[in-house]
Write a protein that binds this ligand. Structure first.
Ligand SMILES: Nc1ccn([C@@H]2O[C@H](COP(=O)(O)OP(=O)(O)OP(=O)(O)O)[C@@H](O)[C@H]2O)c(=O)n1
Ligand SMILES: Nc1nc2c(ncn2[C@@H]2O[C@H](COP(=O)(O)OP(=O)(O)O)[C@@H](O)[C@H]2O)c(=O)[nH]1
Length: 227
């Protein structure tokens, strides 16, 4: 059986994690796992972890590590026979360590995008809150202005995406991401991509993954269930 491939994509808010992971999932047939989507699904389904997570998100806080790991690790254990790409997790060193003890990552993509670019993109980002689908009025506009392509429901702009919130979010990202990036660098699996346009970064990611994904197709690996 082909060896499985597990990757994580990291980057500050607006760096293109969602956009690029969609492309990777389509091009390479990996399952895209988004921690934001998991949280939204759990909130919609009223699970215990979802109810708990909602109390933090409503206050604009990050969901604590133990809640995030409780949400995500069982989902990863269901994925033992799939290749996947994770977006939005780990977001702290503790989450990275929990992931580490669950499975071996093959590769980490880190996006390094200038502040001005992030600010412009986020000021133009519109989302469909129920699904997490993301639009940008210049880059990937919806078919009908202000409406989600699939459901036709209204799109919103998140308060968090306003320029005044961005500085604090970015500072927070830099602080918490640094030890995670150092950890992945020390494991030799970190690949950093810098630039201002997704379409210019994409060919580099595409060619890196084209070399990594087929060359790993030898044996099977599994995520080990957490005790
Ligand atoms: N590991 C994670 C992932 C998500 N969240 C919470 O879930 C929300 C939605 O996550 P996501 O869809 O990843 O969106 P953003 O945080 O807005 O991420 P970005 O701007 O980077 O796309 C976050 O704001 C945060 O409150 C969290 O606490 N911890
Ligand atoms: N103008 C422009 N917008 C982009 C580009 N790449 C992504 N976007 C948009 O920028 C916003 C942030 O991208 P997203 O994938 O949500 O980033 P994430 O927060 O890291 O997941 C979204 O509205 C995207 O549609 C780009 O190259 N140029």
């Amino acid at each position: 059986m082909a060896k499985l491939f597990r990757a994580v994509i990291m980057g500050p808010p607006g760096s293109g994690k969602g956009t690029i992971s969609e492309r990777i999932a389509q091009r390479f047939g990996l399952t895209r796992l988004s921690s934001g989507d998991f949280i939204r699904e759990n909130i919609a389904a009223n699970t215990d972890a979802g109810v708990l997570a909602k109390t933090y998100i409503e206050r604009g806080l990050l969901v604590p590590d133990h809640v995030m790991t409780r949400l995500l690790l069982p989902r990863l254990e269901e994925m033992t026979r799939h290749s996947w790409l994770m977006d939005g997790f780990p977001r702290t060193l503790a989450q990275a360590e929990a992931l580490n003890s669950t499975c071996d990552l093959d590769l980490v993509i880190s996006l390094n995008i200038p502040y001005e670019t992030l600010k412009e993109r986020l000021s133009d980002r519109w989302i469909h809150p129920a699904s997490g689908r993301v639009y940008n009025m210049g880059f990937n506009p919806p078919h009908v202005q202000g409406r989600d392509d699939i459901s036709g429901e209204p799109l919103i702009q998140q308060d968090d995406d306003k320029p005044e919130a961005l500085v604090a979010r970015l500072r927070h990202y830099k602080d918490v991401a640094k030890p995670i990036i150092d950890l992945y660098k020390s494991k030799g699996i970190l690949h950093t991509f810098s630039g201002t346009e997704t379409d210019r970064i994409w060919p580099y990611i595409n060619s890196l993954l084209s070399t990594k994904i087929p060359s790993t197709s030898q044996t099977d690996t599994q995520c080990i269930p957490m005790p």
